[in-house]
Design a protein around this ligand. Structure first.
Ligand code: PDD
Length: 289
C-alpha cells in the first residue's frame, strides 16, 4: 500500500508489534476511527534523545485519565517503546507520535460494557526544525474565532476544529491562525501563543480552553532564566493585535515569531528582541542534549 508522503519502509508500532507502515491495519470499528475516541502525543527527539519526555508522558497520563482509558503501559513500558521507535528513525532529529484509542467494539456512543483492549499506535518521522528562513522571516497568521469544544486541555485525536482552522489559514495564504474565544486569545491550530507587551511575556491561563503545551512550562522557565517577567492571564484581541511581539510554540515549531496578523505588521514587522532571547535559550537547551 502506498501512503502519500510516507516512505514505504517506515516501521510503526501497533498493539505490541513493529511492522511496515503499509502493513499496519486497524478495525473499521476502532473507536478512534468511528468516534475520535482517543488521545495522542507528539514528542520531539534531538540527537536520538526524546526532549522533555517525562512531561510528555505526564500529559499522556492526564489525557488518558480525562477520557477514562486505563494507561496501557507503565512509564518504563512507554520509555522502552519510544526507544524502539527512535532506533527505527530515519534521522536522529525526529518526532515520535503516540496514539491510544479506547479500542474496538460494536458502534455505541457509550463506553463498551465489557472491558476492551485499547489500540496502541506509535510511529516515528524525521523532523525538520524551523530553518533560518522561517526564524528570520517569521510567520503570518490570521485571527479566527475558536469554534472548538470546551476540553481543549485534552490532547484528543478529535481535531476537526483544529484541522478546519489550519485549512482556513492555508486558504488565506498564511502560515497559521491565532484563535480567540469570546474575544480572548486561546491558541493556534497546533501551537500555544505568546505575546510581549511592554517588556512582559504573556500567555493565556492554563485551563480547559487551551492545550497545555510542553513548551508552555518551558517558556516560563526560560523567561525566568533571562529575567523576563511572565504572566498568565486573559488577553483580549485588541491587546494581541497591538502587541509588541507575538510568538508560537510547539514540539515541531519549537518557538517561532509571528510578524503579521490579519495583514498588519506585529510590532516592527520583524522578529522581536524577546523572541531572539528566548530562541537563543531554546537552541542552547537542545544543543546541550
Ligand atoms: N501540537 N496547542 C495545540 C492545539 C497543539 O496541537 C499543540 C501541539 C500545542 C503545543 O504543545 P507542545 O508544546 O506540547 O507541542 C498547543 C502537536 C505538535 C501536533 O498536534 O502535532
Amino acid at each position: 500500500m502506498i501512503i502519500p508522503g510516507m516512505a514505504s519502509d517506515s516501521q510503526v508500532y501497533l498493539n505490541g508489534e513493529f511492522m511496515q507502515i503499509g502493513e499496519a491495519k486497524i478495525s473499521v470499528l476502532d473507536r478512534g476511527f468511528i468516534f475520535g475516541d482517543g488521545i495522542y502525543e507528539v514528542v520531539p527527539v534531538y540527537n536520538g534523545k526524546p526532549f522533555r519526555i517525562a512531561h510528555h508522558l505526564d500529559r499522556l497520563d492526564r489525557s488518558l485519565a480525562a477520557i477514562r482509558i486505563a494507561n496501557p503501559h507503565d512509564r518504563a513500558g512507554w520509555l522502552a517503546l519510544i526507544g524502539q521507535l527512535i532506533e527505527r528513525s530515519p534521522s536522529p532529529i525526529c518526532m515520535v507520535y503516540l496514539q491510544v484509542t479506547r479500542g474496538v467494539a460494536k458502534r455505541d456512543h457509550g463506553f463498551p460494557k465489557e472491558p476492551i483492549a485499547p489500540t496502541v499506535f506509535g510511529m516515528v518521522n524525521a523532523m525538520v526544525p524551523p530553518g533560518k528562513a522561517q526564524r528570520e522571516q517569521g510567520l503570518s497568521v490570521i485571527s479566527l474565532p475558536d469554534e472548538r469544544w470546551l476540553h481543549c486541555e485534552i490532547k484528543s485525536v478529535s481535531l476537526l476544529g483544529n484541522v478546519l482552522a489550519k485549512q482556513a489559514a492555508t486558504d488565506a495564504g498564511v502560515d497559521d491562525v491565532v484563535m480567540f474565544r469570546d474575544g480572548y486569545l486561546s491558541e493556534g491550530s497546533s501551537s500555544n501563543v505568546w505575546v510581549v507587551i511592554g517588556g512582559k511575556l504573556l500567555a493565556p491561563p492554563k485551563n480547559n480552553l487551551i492545550l497545555e503545551g510542553i513548551r508552555y512550562g518551558l517558556m516560563g522557565e526560560l523567561a525566568e532564566q533571562i529575567g523576563l517577567p511572565f504572566e498568565a492571564r486573559k488577553l483580549s484581541k485588541q491587546e494581541v493585535l497591538a502587541a509588541d511581539e507575538i510568538m508560537v510554540t510547539s514540539a515541531t515549531k519549537e518557538v517561532l515569531p509571528v510578524v503579521r496578523i490579519d495583514g498588519r505588521p506585529v510590532g516592527s514587522g520583524k522578529p522581536g528582541p524577546v523572541y531572539a532571547r528566548l530562541r537563543e535559550r531554546y537552541d542552547a537547551l537542545i544543543a546541550s542534549l
